[in-house]
Design a binder for this molecule. Structure first.
Ligand code: ZN
Length: 394
């Protein structure tokens, strides 16, 4: 458990208070009686925290119409959407997505841009900063009302220093003090996290992982990332220590060299970059989008390469399922654009390798959030860091 959450009475008090705020945010409007029913908080505590949150203008009191035959109108508590705004960013090597959410968690603005990772660090940083400023402006909020921002970045990230250590596919984006750069620009708390962590948090909050206590979130992009939620907790690795890193499970002991130093990792065999290399040996101009939109490009050889990638992904997933026993596997990322030629072999292979009592393959699903899980999860991360400290290390 995060040491910040242990013991200290003031922190425990705030945790209970913000547990109540969080409940009102996610499930409100709620009456005090409904809050008592859904929490273990006593009536006196609820009344006290409600008064404090009303005083801080974090929540508002509304009056709902009385039911027929009932004289009194019900008083309900709802979150005040204008209390402050949060910026969530996913910085990918290909695309960057930015969203601004209000205090109730509603998306008020979102935008997408190509990352131009070949431009060099200064260009990337300046463009990112400029587009975040534009987004805040277009969302209609002022800089001093921003509660915080979080960037989920690809590559190796040291979140304790807010630094991107190393990013493959960028021409020059190593040891970048991203937190310090953005804090200087925006004068608000800034968090820098691994992209996969915020993608998984996004799925937990608004995607297929909502209410699911055990799931794996697998991102099939240039590389292969994964996040694990076990017994309702998002497993958050300490810097330099991966956890549940499915992309680096060894699939072929004599396979190609992986960027991590090992040989034959899933990512080196079936990640987007590896797959595209194999496909371009047959058809030099091929892209994943072209395969999807042009059936003529789906030659038997191309289909075979994609099918084999699917089998490799399923082989690694089978091991991960044996370890974590997820109820669901949520798949996202650019490779999902390949559709059935990739997804069908994954399903069939898992079905062949695991009995249904271990994993029901109908619970392998494509994300409902498109490409927005990361930016959403980044916004959620700021909320958790500010109020609940629920994203713990394991
Ligand atoms: Zn590896």
């Amino acid at each position: 458990m995060n040491s910040k959450t242990i013991g200290h009475p003031e922190i425990l008090k705030n945790l209970n208070k913000y547990q109540m705020l969080n409940l009102i945010r996610e499930d409100g409007p709620l009456s005090r009686t409904e809050i008592a029913r859904q929490t273990r908080l006593g009536w006196g505590t609820i009344t006290k925290y409600a008064a404090e949150l009303l005083d801080e203008q974090a929540i508002l009191e509304t009056f709902e119409k009385a039911n027929k035959g009932q004289g009194r109108r019900a008083k309900k508590l709802t979150v005040n959407p204008d209390k402050g705004w949060i910026v969530g960013v996913e910085l990918g090597s290909y695309a960057t997505r930015i969203i601004v959410v209000d205090f109730s968690g509603r998306i008020v603005y979102r935008t997408y841009l190509l990352t131009n990772s070949a431009d060099g660090r200064q260009e990337v940083l300046e463009t990112l900063s400029q587009r975040i400023a534009e987004s805040i402006d277009k969302a209609g909020c002022s800089l001093d009302s921003i509660i915080g921002m979080c960037v989920g970045a690809v590559g190796q990230v040291d979140h304790t220093e807010g630094c991107v250590l190393k990013t493959a596919n960028f021409s020059d984006f190593n040891d970048v003090p991203l937190r310090d750069y953005l804090s200087e620009e925006f004068r608000c708390p800034v968090y820098v996290e691994q992209a996969q962590l915020v993608i998984t948090l996004g799925e937990m909050w608004r995607g297929g992982g909502k209410g699911v206590s055990d799931f794996i979130c697998l991102t099939l992009g240039n590389g292969i990332g994964s996040g694990i939620v076990s017994m309702g907790r998002l497993l958050r690795p300490y810097p330099f220590k991966g956890i549940g890193d499915i992309g680096h499970l060894t699939i072929d002991k004599n396979g190609p060299q992986c960027t991590c130093g090992n040989k034959g990792c899933l990512e080196a065999v079936a990640g987007g970059a590896a797959l595209l290399r194999q496909l371009r040996a047959i058809s030099p101009d091929i892209t994943f989008e072209k395969i999807e939109s042009n059936p003529a490009l789906q030659s038997s050889e191309i289909r075979r390469i994609i099918r084999e990638a699917g089998v490799s992904i399923a082989t690694a997933l089978t091991s991960a399922i044996q370890i974590y026993h997820p109820e669901k596997v949520i798949v996202s990322g650019g490779l999902t654009k390949l559709g059935d030629p990739l997804m069908s072999p994954i399903q069939k292979e898992i079905e062949a390798r695991l009995p249904i009592r271990k994993f029901d393959v109908s619970h392998l699903e494509i994300t409902q959030l498109g490409d927005w899980a990361g930016a959403l999860g980044a916004a959620r991360f700021v909320w958790e860091e500010t109020f609940t400290h629920k994203v713990e290390y394991v």
